[in-house]
Design a protein around this ligand. Structure first.
Ligand code: MG
Length: 299
């Protein structure tokens, strides 16, 4: 099931995609699913249990008259305001680790341990929104297509075999990165956290549509030209390992977002440079999830 957050008549709402063209809003009907107060998708995820998904599926035909057309809404990021920063994994595809080592941006190639950093999302922006970046920070602006894990249940010290039970679903991320800032500072945090640099969408696909380990084609294009092309089976540290490792002594919360790393093909490693310009359109795609398309605008 695809869960989405959207704006209609200047109000934020959320629902499920019933078919290619129609949304069923969930807010008016959540009481039937045992959820009393879920004003947004994050609240819904924090209360749902796996039975809820099946209940919603069963109830869909009865609410058919409440459906609204997908093209009548503006999509927002599924969780525009996460409870805390997005967890991110760096250098998690071998070919990407190698390409940035080649340009001297990193002193080692393949990490032996997951590299974690975080990214501000206040808000995260969704499919179709402008990646508006102030031009003084945009001289080396880059895209990073990534698989995003949405945590479905609080947990810590999670065993790899149990990791699947803590996942709500998956989305597509574009970890927009200001390389000039990233290179200047010892930590990546600032260069990853400019306003409008967290792009996540177009919706969350519930985890029941996938089995671990995930083997999903992932790609990005800039103005129609393919830049990144890989498969999530090439993650150095896979989904189960990341959830298990990150949760040792650190409680993961329902609704937390984890960006799992980007494949080779980022603009900073291209010759000539393939960094983003104002007006560029970036398209990130993951099989089974969808496509996330955003135009870049320097302001
Ligand atoms: Mg990244």
């Amino acid at each position: 099931m695809k869960y989405l957050t959207y704006e209609i008549n200047s109000e934020m709402s959320y629902g499920v995609l019933v078919d290619e063209n129609n949304i069923l809003p969930l807010k008016p009907i959540i009481q039937e699913f045992g959820l009393n107060n879920a004003p947004d998708l994050l609240s819904f995820i924090r209360q749902y249990n796996i039975q809820t998904v099946n209940d919603i599926l069963e109830a869909l035909p009865r609410y058919a008259e409440q459906m609204i057309p997908l093209n009548s809404v503006k999509l927002l990021s599924p969780i525009p305001y996460p409870r805390r920063n997005i967890f991110c994994v760096g250098k998690n595809y071998a070919e990407h680790a190698a390409e940035i080592a080649n340009i001297g941006a990193s002193n080692s190639s393949i990490p032996k341990e997951p590299i974690y950093f975080s990214k501000v999302a206040d808000p995260a922006i969704g499919d179709g929104s402008l990646i508006s970046i102030r031009s003084e920070f945009a001289s080396l602006l880059d895209y990073e297509a990534e698989l995003v894990i949405v945590i479905g249940k609080d947990g810590k010290d999670i065993a790899e075999e149990e990791a699947d039970n803590y996942i709500f679903g998956y989305a597509i991320g574009n970890d927009i990165s200001a390389r000039d800032i990233q290179n200047k500072k010892l930590q990546w945090f600032k260069g990853k956290s400019l306003d409008n640099a967290a792009v996540i969408g177009p919706w969350i696909v519930s985890k029941d549509e996938f089995t671990l380990p995930l083997e999903l084609n992932i790609s990005s294009k800039v103005n129609g030209e393919i830049r990144q092309q890989s498969n999530t089976k090439n993650l150095i540290f896979n989904i189960a390992h990341i959830i298990s490792d990150l949760s040792q002594g650190l409680t993961l919360r329902a609704g937390d977002l984890i960006m799992t790393g980007t494949p080779a093909g980022v603009g900073i490693a291209m010759d000539p440079l393939g960094v983003l310009k104002s007006g560029d359109v970036v398209e990130c795609k993951i099989a089974g999830i969808g496509t996330l398309i955003n135009e870049v605008k320097f302001i």
